[in-house]
Design a protein around this ligand. Structure first.
Ligand code: 0GY
Length: 299
């Protein structure tokens, strides 16, 4: 039994998703998902901003197989703070079919970083979303970025669109590949040709090392499921302009969703709306994630 009490408004993940109509290409990678706990083995961090239900690795593997994916990239969730044990445990169980993105503090030793690398971690996440974390100072983040660059890792950044102006210069200076979560969380009620999303597109145009996940229609959409129509022009624009720098992920188990809990099969069916050709789909789901996470065995 866990001593943690799940947040009263927590929406649990859907244990019975629809089988998607869209068939993902062979060797597809779900490049953004999480594991939570189980809390009795991997306690949540004292500094966490939410307490989720358990979402263990076994459930993730089951979903991966059901949706037709081959591999996962597991992103350390903020509810586990900088204790990457649940992530490392999942990677150890994945038979080489999962890679990780960790959260680290400046105090992490080089030996610990090498240990994470051996476990399959290939990146660190810098989170600027205030409801999720107390962000670290920029010089600390720069120091971490330099250290992980030596391992060939990349940096994942999570921020909301209104925060981009204040971070734009900083993001442009990061000395590694940078992957933006969920297209920088645009307000999709605005014009995709307007200044807010324009600044995000400019960030990618001016910095050839910056990639984007075109994930999370369920989080961004105001029109809602099943088609998440209002997100399509944003995600499709990014896929079409930067076909070699986009990734896609389910975001299972969908932390902090309040409007609804998405059906992961429906999310997979969103993919052909934003990556229209088979070539774009293959780049998004196979070539790009393989290049970033499994460069040693590119398909
Ligand atoms: C996401 C989004 C969220 C949460 C986290 O690590 C996390 O806690 O990433 C969110 O609440 O927006 O990408 O899963």
């Amino acid at each position: 039994m866990s001593r943690f009490v799940v947040d009263p408004d927590w929406l649990p993940f859907d244990r019975d998703p629809t089988r998607p109509t869209f068939r993902v290409p062979a060797h597809a990678v779900d490049a953004h998902c999480h594991v939570f706990g189980p809390a009795h083995r991997f306690p949540f961090a004292p500094e966490r901003k939410y307490t989720p239900c358990d979402a263990p690795k076994e459930s993730l593997w089951k979903l991966r197989d059901f949706l037709g994916f081959e591999r996962n990239v597991i992103v350390q969730a903020t509810c586990h703070g900088a204790d990457n044990s649940a992530l490392v445990d999942a990677l150890a169980d994945a038979d080489g079919l999962a890679r990780g993105v960790a959260t680290v503090r400046a105090s992490i030793t080089d030996d610990e970083l090498r240990g994470l690398d051996a476990a399959g971690v290939r990146g660190v996440r810098f989170n600027f979303v205030r409801r999720l974390v107390d962000a670290l100072p920029r010089d600390t983040l720069s120091g971490i970025a330099k250290r992980v660059a030596a391992l060939g890792w990349h940096v994942v950044i999570y921020f909301e669109a209104e925060e981009l102006p204040e971070h734009y210069e900083f993001f442009s200076t990061l000395p590694v590949t940078v992957v933006v979560d969920h297209m920088g969380r645009p307000d999709v009620s605005r014009d995709p040709d307007g200044p807010e999303f324009g600044l995000f597109l400019r960030l990618l145009r001016e910095n050839g090392n910056i990639w984007s996940k075109v994930s999370c229609p369920e989080r961004l959409s105001k029109s809602g499921p099943p088609h998440y129509t209002d997100v399509v022009p944003f995600a499709r624009r990014v896929v079409e302009e930067f076909p070699d720098r986009v990734l896609w992920g389910t975001d299972w188990p969908h932390p902090n969703m309040k409007s609804h809990m998405p059906d992961d099969g429906v999310l997979v069916d969103f993919i052909p709306q934003i990556a229209v050709s088979m070539e774009a789909q293959r780049k998004l789901l196979v070539d790009n994630p393989m290049r970033l996470y499994w460069p040693e065995e590119r398909k």
